[in-house]
Design a protein around this ligand. Structure first.
Ligand code: 17E
Ligand code: FE2
Length: 411
């Protein structure tokens, strides 16, 4: 099959792309159709590697208001609401909601998801169900599972044992939540435990790290130091790190040296953290987004995640990562021309690094023929016009398509 006249990422010129046996077999402006070959003329539309959701909670999605709404809009009230919803979890409930959420994502060109799954639940029903769904959905959505201790590792009954069991059940990634532990000591101990658990079982790490407006929340330095000392390096990711918004600059300069040495990844969730953070402030109200611009300038890998779709922490969401980037560029003040043009990387190649997708990902000859086509000629226009994802192909198979609606101005 031959896709003609594609604009690949930020390329100046158009090219043609041949897909055979589920792989990109040739990418070149000189390809001619073979006799009988199916041809699709993309007419200069933007072709990108598939979108990657690097941070979401699939187990909690589509539960907003059930049984109670988060009235304050804080992270901590969200955790209380979820704790009530958690009592009602069943395999069927998790399966139904995850299947719906995965299809929302698929419609928006997402083909990979890293989901945090709450393991502070003695039944571990959500974890068991996600492990099953990872298998059932493997041809359509790549799912990576984080064992996420929502209510703490040291501060929740049998927290360490639940984490170990989650890893035995098949979690790909080990999580932690240092800012929610009862004390600073617990916070450090929980991180030592989580990173050692990952090292012992050859797992990745993704910590909900310092998701609080407390400038004294310093889990990040412990995460980075352990990543360095245990030799885990870029297998480790710090998500949220919103306290970094409030750190003093002298401390950040000192911290940045360690962050670079550790080579850890960052995930920022601009939609959700603009909504959750700064809630104890009067005015000025902090935005509570980590320092994406400065981290990027230092060559540190940052991706963007949605975090939630319609759940106790975020009452909206359609699975569109374009909305995430759109918000992220605003709150991080990254609206220069080139910053806008490059911003698809937050939900593609940067996220691929975090998820360790390696050579299974990217528009290159010999790699799996997985890509999306946007209804725009470049990423700037795609972002600005909220362009539809016209096509989503995974390993040469069409997974989703859309026909943009038309609207008319009658004057
Ligand atoms: N849990 C948490 O600790 N933080 C979040 N942002 C969400 C769930 C969505
Ligand atoms: Fe999260």
């Amino acid at each position: 099959m031959l896709f003609q006249n594609a604009r690949v990422e930020n390329a100046q010129n158009l090219t043609h792309i041949r897909v055979e046996n589920g792989l990109f077999s040739a990418i070149s402006p000189d390809l001619l159709p073979k006799p009988g070959e199916e041809v699709v003329d993309l007419g200069g539309k933007l072709l990108l590697p598939p979108f990657i959701e690097s941070h979401v909670h699939l187990d909690t999605c589509l539960t907003a208001g059930d049984p109670v709404w988060n009235m304050s809009g804080t992270l901590f009230e969200g955790i209380e609401c979820w704790s009530k919803r958690k009592e009602k979890l069943s395999k069927q409930d998790v399966r139904d909601r995850v299947n719906r959420a995965v299809r929302l994502y698929a419609a928006h060109g997402v083909q990979h998801i890293r989901t945090h799954v709450d393991v502070t639940d003695p039944s571990l029903v959500a974890m068991e169900t996600l492990v099953e769904l990872r298998e059932t959905l493997r041809d359509t959505m790549d799912i990576q599972i984080v064992a996420f201790p929502q209510e703490g590792i040291l501060s929740y009954p049998n927290g360490q044992e639940l984490m170990r069991r989650a890893v035995e059940l098949g979690a790909d990634v080990v999580g932690a939540i240092p800012h929610f532990e009862f004390t600073r000591e617990y916070s450090v101990e929980s991180l030592n435990f989580a990173l050692q658990l990952a090292a012992d079982h050859d797992k990745l790490v993704d910590v909900h790290c310092d998701e609080i407006d407390d400038e004294a929340s310093r889990g990040l330095e412990t995460v980075a130091a352990r990543a360095l000392e245990l030799g885990l390096y870029d297998k480790v990711t710090a998500s949220h790190t919103t306290a970094m918004h409030s750190y003093n600059n002298a401390y950040v300069v000192r911290l940045m040296r360690l962050l670079k040495m550790s080579r850890i990844n960052f995930v920022s969730n601009p939609l959700v953290n603009t909504h959750l953070q700064g809630r104890m402030d009067t005015y000025p109200k902090r935005r509570g987004i980590t320092r994406v611009k400065e981290l990027t300038a230092e060559g540190i890998n940052v991706s963007f995640g949605h975090d939630d779709i319609f759940d106790p922490w975020y009452p909206m969401g359609t699975g569109s990562l374009r909305d995430v980037v759109f918000m992220g560029l605003h709150v991080c003040q990254m609206m220069g021309y080139q910053e806008i043009m490059d911003s698809y990387r937050f939900i593609t190649t940067n996220a691929a690094k975090t998820l360790h997708l390696g050579e299974t990902y990217g528009i290159q000859e010999g790699r799996p023929a997985s890509f999306v086509v946007m209804d725009a000629g470049n990423w700037y226009d795609a972002l600005n016009t909220n362009a539809a994802v016209l096509l989503s192909y995974k390993k040469g198979k069409k997974l989703a398509q859309s026909t943009p609606g038309s609207s008319q101005v009658l004057f």
